[in-house]
Design a binder for this molecule. Sequence first.
Ligand code: NAD
Length: 367
Amino acid sequence: MKPLRVLVTGIDGYIGAVLGPRLLEQGFNVVGIDCGFYRDGWLYNHSGTRPLTVTKDIRRITRADVEGFDAVVHLAELSNDPLGELSEQTTYDINHRGSVALARVCKEAGVSRFVYTSSCSVYGAAEGGDDRTERSPPNPQTAYARCKVLVERDVGALADRQFSPVFLRNATAFGASPRMRFDIVLNNLAGFAWTAGEIRMTSDGTPWRPLVHVEDICQAIILALKAPREAVHNEIFNVGDDEQNYRIREIAAIVGRVFDGCTVSLGQPSGDNRSYRTAFGKIRHHLPEFRCRWPAELGARQLRDVFEQVQMTPDEFSFRGFTRLNQLKYLIATGQIDADFYWRQHALVADRTEQFNQRSSVLASQT
Ligand SMILES: NC(=O)c1ccc[n+]([C@@H]2O[C@H](COP(=O)([O-])OP(=O)(O)OC[C@H]3O[C@@H](n4cnc5c(N)ncnc54)[C@H](O)[C@@H]3O)[C@@H](O)[C@H]2O)c1
């Protein structure tokens, strides 16, 4: 059988940097697309081969870019709530309109499967009641989460006999990726445990947060690519494990146990009302091979081993490249991206070319 040709957007991010090599190992024919916001941050080297990657903004993708692929895995978005607050308009532009436009060109070009990484954050403030299932009404609290709901709605409406979108509502990720993120809860706490020997929570840690290891997200994506159409066509799946609904203070306690000598202290209740427990039965039913292999404690141990191996310093832990909001603020402040988060490089190169041409024609007229 010919290998599936898969285009992965956002391949240079936290999940993509793990997914790319995994797809190649599984025999997929893979190409990546990414505009490269976070390429400054690379915590450790790993042995996996990385797919060929094109540098391009998904808002500029045309039909020609996706022609010939059997499937697209779409990861390229502004990937957390604080980024949505930085520029709500750009969040809608990339995450909602950009994702829907991408799905449309995929459909036009005959790409038959479109795997979209949604998020359990669509459940928002869901304290009390039953664990959220895919049928529970979403209650998004932020622009980021509202965009996820809108993409599910609008891309779902494109589904037909030739085009099968699949929506993976991932729990909050954790675990090692070379393109590390320290702005997600377990990774952040592990970074403090390693660099400061203490976890000082600013909140009381009561909110619920389902977690899933980045390798288990990759497993879900791979199964969604391989599954027969009828198992996944236009389906939404929560990605995680019933056993991995934690209160944030439990996550802190787990991390505290893994890092020798680490102390954990709690703060006051916070104004952050995002709290939800999630049910993960449906994915096991449709994709029976799916199983979370990485409980939180194992992921914390993995991080401890990585930090030890690279002898991670406090400066590395707090480096902007590992915190999405800080990196984007830096790119804006230094004029590298514009207010709409497009790289200015092309403009700079164009300006310089123009100056060069002007100077050349002046010189030519003087000779
Ligand atoms: N990490 C998590 O906890 C988590 C949980 C649920 C869902 N998700 C979703 O999974 C996806 C990937 O998450 P991640 O943690 O790898 O995020 P990330 O921020 O590490 O990676 C996103 C990648 O997309 C690229 N990108 C962003 N905007 C782009 C654009 N306009 N054009 C081209 N490339 C662009 C960035 O350069 C980056 O490499 C996101 O859609 C995110 O919302 C992540």
